[in-house]
Ligand binder design. Structure first.
Ligand code: SF4
Length: 442
């Protein structure tokens, strides 16, 4: 068990609202969730005068206007933020954006709440299938920390109700069995740490009955956002039993997390990952998102991946370009900048620890940045072409048709001429570009 007492003086007791919090309370994930900040008012009562009034005012303005996501921050996450330098703190910048940080306009004209069109890749409620061998299962819409660049923000924006545990899970499992062969299941949300244990345990156990299955990936940011969840003896015992049973059936269980900045990795993360490995998890992998003002410097990326590997035993996996969502224009990084950062990391880490930079595209899935087929430098528009991984029913790779998918650079990085051209409806813009772009799935 980690020494939460040891962390106390260093972290949470700096926050006025948690000064009397005991180590026992801090170690309790239910206490963490109950005491999360979900409004500007909550933040005021936790932070007091650690930040000036102008900070709360700017935040309130953002929440009332351009924020695409509600506010949601676990006490543990709040304790990681450097409040004395709140404006510069990278963790604050990507989980608690201020109105003054948004771009004008805050969204690209092509931005939409379902940027990957997951809703049309859903064979059954709660399931998403964009690749032949992998299925994504969504068990919850909740997370210990809510990110403004979340590709499933549509579920939060519409206030979708939490799933009905039993009836929903039985239907999900029936659909998964009917889909065989499925080799890889990613259990996500939202965040797995928000799923009650009484529901999680039988659900994960039932997945082991899928005969074609080879890997279960558990998706959660808990190692950095709610390590208290990981350290629960009941969870670790459940994972130990599950990984043992899975191994006897030739199935690996791994965990996928999201750490975007080295500052998020503390001894609590290190302990959580060690406990997960001890419980039999094969690997803990990281998928970072490239975010302007947070990790868009080669040095930060290098420090992040060295710390993941050397201190936390987390395997660097992907770095994604921020998806084309509403309200994320200030976080997006132009493709050329992402390529530069990728280049600068080459040779700085062992090859198997060098993250793969990817853009996730409608219809085409994850593509390397340098595999684009063309671009328009004035519009800052890049395109990729290829066969969709999920072919239409009855089609083979011999008779399938290639499709094109696009990713635009942020508007503020374009010339005046480029910004002017985006004043037109984007469908009209695409129709005037090379012929293949008229088939862009949107
Ligand atoms: S943790 Fe993941 S699912 Fe949750 S809000 Fe952030 S990006 Fe979305």
């Amino acid at each position: 068990m980690p020494s939460w007492e040891g962390l106390a003086a260093a972290r949470w007791q700096r926050l006025p609202g948690f000064r009397t919090t005991t180590a026992r309370q801090w170690a309790d994930p239910a206490w963490q969730i109950r005491n999360s900040a979900r409004s500007v008012q909550d933040l005021r009562s936790i932070l007091g005068d650690l930040v000036p009034d102008s900070f709360y005012e700017d935040l309130a303005r953002d929440q009332a206007g351009s924020a695409p996501m509600p506010l949601g921050l676990s006490p543990h996450w709040l304790s990681l933020i450097r409040w004395e330098r709140a404006l510069e703190c990278p963790l604050r910048r990507y989980t608690l954006p201020l109105h003054g940080e948004r771009r004008n306009p805050p969204s690209h004209p092509m931005a939409r709440p379902d940027p990957l069109r997951e809703s049309v890749s859903s064979p059954a409620p709660g399931l998403i299938r964009r690749y032949p061998s992998t299925v994504l299962v969504l068990l919850s819409h909740n997370c210990p920390v809510l990110c403004g660049y979340c590709s499933r923000m549509r579920n939060r924006r519409t206030g979708a109700a939490p799933f009905q545990p039993h009836s929903r899970d039985e239907a999900l499992l029936r659909s998964l069995h009917a889909m065989e062969p499925v080799e890889d299941i990613l259990v996500s949300g939202g965040d797995l740490s928000m799923v009650p244990m009484d529901r999680l345990e039988p659900f994960l156990g039932s997945l082991l009955d899928i005969r074609s299955l080879r890997e279960i990936r558990l998706a959660t940011r808990a190692p950095v956002a709610l390590p208290q969840w990981v350290m629960q003896p009941r969870l670790l015992l459940m994972l130990e039993k599950l990984t043992g049973e899975a191994a006897s059936r030739g199935i690996r269980i791994s965990l996928q997390t999201q750490v975007n900045h080295p500052q998020a990795i503390t001894s609590a993360t290190v302990n959580a990952v060690a406990a997960l490995k001890q419980a039999g998890l094969a690997e803990v992998r990281n998928q970072a998102v490239l975010l302007a003002g947070v990790n868009d410097q080669p040095d930060t990326m290098l420090r992040l991946h060295r710390k993941l590997w050397l201190e936390a035993d987390i395997l660097p996996y992907y770095v994604f370009l921020c998806e084309l969502l509403p309200g994320v224009e200030h976080w997006r990084v132009p493709l050329a900048r992402a390529v530069d950062i990728q280049e600068e990391l080459q040779g700085m880490l062992p090859g198997f620890l060098t993250p793969r930079f990817r853009v996730d595209l409608v219809g085409l899935g994850k593509r390397s940045l340098d595999s684009r087929k063309g671009h328009d430098p004035i519009l800052g528009l890049h395109w990729w072409r290829g066969l969709p991984p999920m072919l239409p029913h009855g089609t083979t790779h011999h008779d399938a048709t290639a499709i094109t998918a696009v990713y635009p650079d942020p508007l503020h990085t374009l010339s005046e001429e480029g910004r002017q051209r985006w004043q037109k409806p984007w469908r009209e813009i695409l129709s005037q570009l090379p012929e293949a772009l008229q088939e862009v799935p949107q």
